[in-house]
Design a protein around this ligand. Structure first.
Ligand SMILES: [Fe+2]
Ligand SMILES: [Fe+2]
Length: 179
């Protein structure tokens, strides 16, 4: 994919996302951000599969940038509002924060593993297999986390906010995607 094509897709993605929220202000629109993050991670893994470590690192950097931005927004903007709902079975705030922390720790290990793959090319194939194994655990964590947000965090936020508040919070969440 050429850089021009990628910019085009990202603009289209951002426009779609903003339109969806404009039509129906629901935090469930953020599931589109999860989908996009999964796609970026997949691109990183495809590069790994091709043993293209430079490209794998570039794709991981892009993924990490967007994932960290998304988690910051959830932590700084959404979880303080979610706290108003009181105790929610299966969805204490500490659980979301703990999963975010584990995801950041995984990302640090992936970065270290990629540096090692670059430093020791003779062991590359086995190193890539080890990294895939660890990334499988990471993907399970992300899957559970995203499901918890889809089933608990985002619907609760929809329930406890007014439409005006939802529009304002979503506007802040989607600011990074504005062209
Ligand atoms: Fe999250
Ligand atoms: Fe999320």
């Amino acid at each position: 994919m050429s850089p021009d094509e990628r910019v085009h897709i990202e603009q289209e993605y951002a426009r779609d996302l903003l339109e969806i929220v404009e039509r129906e202000p629901s935090f469930l629109a953020l599931l589109r951000v999860h989908e996009r993050l999964n796609e970026l991670f997949q691109q990183h893994q495809e590069a790994l599969l091709e043993q293209d470590i430079v490209r794998a690192r570039e794709r991981l950097v892009a993924y990490e940038r967007e994932l960290l931005a998304h988690m910051h927004l959830e932590e700084d903007i959404l979880l303080p509002v979610y706290a108003r709902a009181g105790a929610i079975p299966g969805g204490p705030i500490e659980l979301f924060l703990g999963e975010h922390r584990k995801m950041r720790e995984f990302l640090e290990r992936f970065r270290a593993a990629l540096a090692e793959l670059e430093a020791y090319p003779t062991d590359r194939r086995r190193g890539i297999i080890r990294l895939f194994d660890e990334q499988t655990m990471f993907k399970h964590l992300v899957e559970h986390h995203d499901l918890r947000e889809q089933n608990i965090l985002y619907p609760t936020l929809d329930r406890i906010t007014t439409e005006a508040e939802r529009r304002e919070l979503l506007r802040r969440c989607l600011d990074p995607y504005r062209p």
